[in-house]
Design a protein around this ligand. Structure first.
Ligand code: M6R
Length: 607
């Protein structure tokens, strides 16, 4: 979704524009539909240029400007929420006078009433955005000091914001502020940044300071000030995260990386002797964790599917009553959570607005809030009591793949830890640990099915509807397989319980509406085979994913994909692989924009 990069330097030779554009490009993967830049000129006016579509289009608009030391400079990628995709709605946006420019992430929920009031006071609006009201409010409240005007303006705002503001009145200053929308200050050599995501500016900085809710920061050439000063944290940056190597798409690279990302998720965390897991991020809450009797998992999209898996797993192996719910429902539901409940929030980005709201709700009710995330330093990590990093590395493709399997493995580690404190026996724990040690190789082996999956994708290339069916641990995988296909190929797909078929969905089954059935040799295998028979009896087409060595399905299903044998609870880590590959190949055959599917953003930071 929207991204902010702003910078300021006193070194007149610093190529701020190319640095800023590079940083903005690192946010491209989050999704956007237009981009813009505003900077101060030598004659102390502000020039603002914008373009719809790719950042490349914005670069063309900026070609005529000196590439060095445009300072201060603010840049933005917009993912439209209020107002259509036009250059006038793109950020930065200004007040009536053109003396104040703002880039904004978030939503001004009361913008209609603010706009009406400002219009009555004579302010003229040039965009359909909610953001523009903030620019006019700053103009209204400005006397001599930009941060005071920003603070007063934000007092009027109901909603969420991460903002960067510049003004001709105080030419060497950027004012930044945040509320439920991430923003950080990055300190580099002779250059200071404001950005909405560390990955944008990490190559250029050594230290970072995260803004907390309602903090206002003033950035000047010699440093920054925040109302509450905080200690900078060291930046760890490997520098290679955005290189897709020889792969045509990030998504394929990320699917293929899974053996090593899963090794990373488990590195140093398996305890074979105890049949358990060592999760350093949870040590601080060990006593509270041992008293937990209920678990509530929350997440959105793919992360919610991981929660569903966690629900089956924690209930069965940690012997803790578990429920999962999508965050956007959980946050508005009146529910009575007992004090012995732990909320487990799962989020790749750690910035999903609905999931953050669910966490805040739990924390305000004194419920232990734990997080599972891939994003170091994200808001989620700062508002939960403790958590587990999935360690999957940056995921660029909008469709989550490697982060999902790392979420599944993180939940298995958590189940081991909680289970061993309860009824999971040592031999049971050790069996799981031993099998987890094999998982990277089993995933590597599963990935060899890619050519077979491509063949199958070609065969069904013209179908517009698909069922994905599974039971128990593979029900969440059916949901996830369907989501992957919808997201990147834009065909209709439904993920459902095998057992629900005959309660209605069977009516849709036909030769042209294939069912992808996840049927490993597990405790519900026979039930799933009965479901396949029901489909075949009605002339339906079946693609089955089953365990190697199982020949029974060859004669029943139309196509079969094999995955290696493993424990029932670990099958989902393998069964999702052919489904990720199917979505990838199918979408590729149909010429879709795989890494940046239409209408979607990588990180959903607004409600
Ligand atoms: O960053 P999060 O894991 O909280 O994101 C949640 C969903 O928006 C995300 O999983 C989404 O469904 C993915 N694009 C799916 O591939």
């Amino acid at each position: 979704m929207c991204g902010i990069v702003a910078c300021l330097t006193k070194d007149r030779d610093k190529p701020t524009l190319s640095i800023g554009i590079d940083a903005l490009t690192r946010l491209e993967y989050r999704g956007y539909d237009s981009a813009g830049a505003a900077f101060r000129t030598a004659s102390n006016t502000i020039i603002c240029k914008k373009a719809i579509g790719k950042i490349l289009n914005l670069q063309k608009e900026l070609e005529e400007y000196d590439q060095t030391a445009l300072t201060p400079l603010i840049l933005h990628t917009r993912w439209a929420t209020h107002g259509t995709v036009t250059t006038s709605n793109a950020h930065p946006l200004s007040d009536c006078s053109g003396n104040f420019y703002i880039a904004h992430n978030g939503i001004v929920e009361n913008y209609t009433s603010l706009k009406k009031q400002l219009q009555e006071e004579g302010h003229v609006f040039l965009s359909e955005t909610d953001t523009e009201v903030i620019a006019h409010l700053i103009e209204k409240y400005f006397i001599n000091n930009l941060e005071d005007a920003v603070r007063k303006a934000l007092e009027q705002v109901v909603g969420t914001y991460g903002i960067a503001v510049i003004s001709t009145y105080e030419p060497d200053k950027i004012v930044a502020a945040s509320l439920s929308s991430p923003l950080l200050i990055g300190l580099g050599e002779d250059i200071i940044f404001v950005a909405s995501d560390l990955s944008a500016i990490a190559p250029y900085i050594q230290k970072v300071v995260y803004l907390d809710d309602r903090e206002v920061a003033v950035i000047e050439p010699n440093g920054y000030t925040i109302i509450r000063e905080k200690k900078p944290q060291e930046v760890q940056w490997s520098g290679s995260a955005h290189d897709k190597g020889n792969y045509p798409h990030y998504m394929l690279q990320e699917i293929m990386e899974q053996p090593s990302t899963l090794e990373e998720t488990m590195r140093g965390r398996l305890d074979l002797q105890e049949g358990s897991a060592k999760l350093g991020g949870l040590i601080s809450v060990a006593v509270r964790l041992s008293r937990v009797n209920n678990v509530q998992l929350v997440g959105c999209g793919t992360a919610y599917h991981a929660c569903l898996f966690g629900e089956y797993l924690l209930e069965e192996h940690a012997c803790i009553s578990s429920k999962s719910e999508v965050s956007s429902e959980f946050r508005y539901r009146k529910r009575a959570l007992s004090k012995d409940t732990a909320l487990i929030a799962v989020s790749q980005s750690g910035e999903t607005a609905d999931t953050l709201a669910a966490i805040k709700d739990a924390v305000s009710n004194n419920i232990l809030a734990l997080g599972i995330t891939n994003s170091i330093g994200s808001t989620q990590t700062r508002i939960t009591d403790a958590g587990v990093y999935t360690r999957s590395g940056t995921e660029i493709g909008v469709a989550a793949t490697k982060t999902f399997t790392s979420q599944l493995v993180s939940l298995v580690l958590l189940a081991l830890l909680l289970g061993r404190q309860r009824k999971l026996t040592l031999p049971e724990g050790q069996t799981i640990v031993n099998e987890l040690l094999r998982i990277p190789n089993l995933v590597r082996h599963t990935l060899l099915c890619t050519d077979r999956v491509l063949e199958i994708a070609k065969k069904y290339e013209n179908c517009e509807n698909f069922f994905f069916l599974g039971r128990k641990y593979n029900y969440p995988i059916a949901k996830e397989g369907a989501l992957k296909l919808k997201e990147i190929s834009y065909v209709h797909a439904e993920g459902s319980y095998g057992g629900e078929l005959k309660h209605g969905e069977l009516a849709l089954v036909s030769e042209h509406f294939p069912s992808i059935c996840i049927v490993p040799k597990d405790s519900v295998y026979d039930k799933m085979v009965s479901n396949i028979e029901e489909i075949k009896t009605r002339n339906g087409t079946v693609i089955a994913i089953t365990t190697e060595g199982n020949t029974e399905l060859k004669s029943i299903a139309d196509d079969v994909i094999y995955i290696p044998e493993t424990l029932e609870i670990l099958y989902p880590i393998l069964s999702i692989i052919p489904l990720q590959l199917f979505a990838y190949h199918f979408a590729n055959l149909r010429g879709c924009d795989i890494d940046k599917p239409r209408n979607l953003a990588k990180s959903v930071t607004v409600e």
